[in-house]
Design a protein around this ligand. Structure first.
Ligand SMILES: [Zn+2]
Length: 336
């Protein structure tokens, strides 16, 4: 991903717009229980274990044998948890020649065909070093998603929405900057598939997480996201002490949420882009220092709970635009 500073005026307008959205409606805090249960404390260790296993396959640059091994490993974990993984493999012409990619995903069916997507990437940035782990950048969120799938497998929530967990390939660009034919390959592919398939399924939100494993976690929401999803995330972090802290950032960001946004789907990005040796630094990012010892199980756990909280709010229709609210009769608490 790549971050770009906004001009003060544009940033100000966005902040005002989002704040207006937040303060414009009465915040009804009738304590409706979550439809998906809060993650138990041991989930952080489970998520960390998934990351530890994944980084044994390093690096995972798109189009390599290791990438193929990683996608198979992810699919095997999903299968072991009792769900049917889907693998979408394709070859694409890129700025650096023809490359093979593979997205892995699983749909956990709800009562409707309306889909909420939780996505992250598992590939690594090429050319860092021979044993580049990408433990945070690519690894951490793969662990969070697998931990969430395990939680769904254990608790079997009965939801209105179908939940798609998507593991994208090809987020990283081969070159030094994103181009039309370099980077975001997996998310572009899936967003396009949703556009083609609008009649049979409806993607109502794409929630992308990236680089969440830092001990000194500082999640931010970039400015180029869908405002109502940002509102939901900010409210969840304010109300739920079990969830990761997230604030509105001052920059726009190029990451896997972009293809969904430009395809017309609501999209959110949650990222900690200060991953380094001291607060404010990002000197572990895209360096050999991005290793498993920098990953905090507690950060993974809290990120998972933030995602669960966001899903529950969308499921209940809280702060969701009227046209996307689920039918009232389907929003009752059905936690098991
Ligand atoms: Zn990266």
């Amino acid at each position: 991903m790549k971050r770009k500073k906004l001009s003060r005026s544009i940033a100000g307008i966005s902040l005002i717009a989002i704040c207006a959205l937040i303060s414009g409606c009465a915040h009804e805090t009738t304590q409706v229980e979550g439809i998906i249960e809060t993650l138990p404390p041991e989930t952080g260790i489970k998520m960390y274990t998934y990351v530890s296993e994944l980084v044994k396959i390093s690096p995972r640059d798109s189009g390599t044998l290791n990438s193929s091994l990683a996608s198979r490993w992810i699919a095997t974990q999903i299968q072991r948890l009792g769900y049917k993984p889907k693998a979408d493999a394709w070859t694409e012409s890129t700025a650096f020649g023809s490359k093979a990619f593979c997205n892995v995903y699983v749909d956990i069916p709800g009562k409707s065909d309306r889909i909420i997507l939780i996505g992250s990437h598992y590939d690594t940035k090429a050319g860092i070093c021979d044993d580049f782990q990408g433990a945070n950048d690519g690894g951490s969120t793969t662990g969070v998603l697998l931990g969430l799938i395990e939680h769904f497998s254990n608790t079997r929530p009965q939801l209105y929405h179908t939940i798609r967990f998507a593991f994208f390939d090809g987020e990283e660009c081969y070159g030094s900057k994103y181009q039309d034919d370099d980077g975001l390959h997996g998310s572009k592919r899936m967003a396009y598939q949703f556009v083609k398939d609008r009649s049979s399924s409806r993607l109502i939100a794409a929630i992308i997480i990236d680089m969440v494993g830092d001990f000194n976690q500082k999640l931010e929401i970039p400015r180029n996201v869908t405002p109502w999803l940002a509102t939901i995330a900010v409210r969840e972090t304010a109300d739920n002490p079990e969830a990761a802290r997230v604030t509105l950032g001052s920059s726009i960001l190029i990451d896997d949420h972009i293809p969904f946004l430009i395809s017309g789907f609501p999209a959110l990005n949650l990222i900690d882009f200060e991953y380094g040796s001291a607060p404010g630094k990002n000197d572990y990012w895209h360096t050999p220092e991005d290793t498993i010892d920098k990953i905090d199980p507690n950060s993974l756990h809290k990120t998972g709970n933030l995602v669960v909280g966001i899903l529950n709010r969308i499921e209940r229709g809280d702060d969701v635009p009227p046209e996307l609210k689920p039918p009232r009769q389907n929003t009752a608490n059905t936690a098991q």
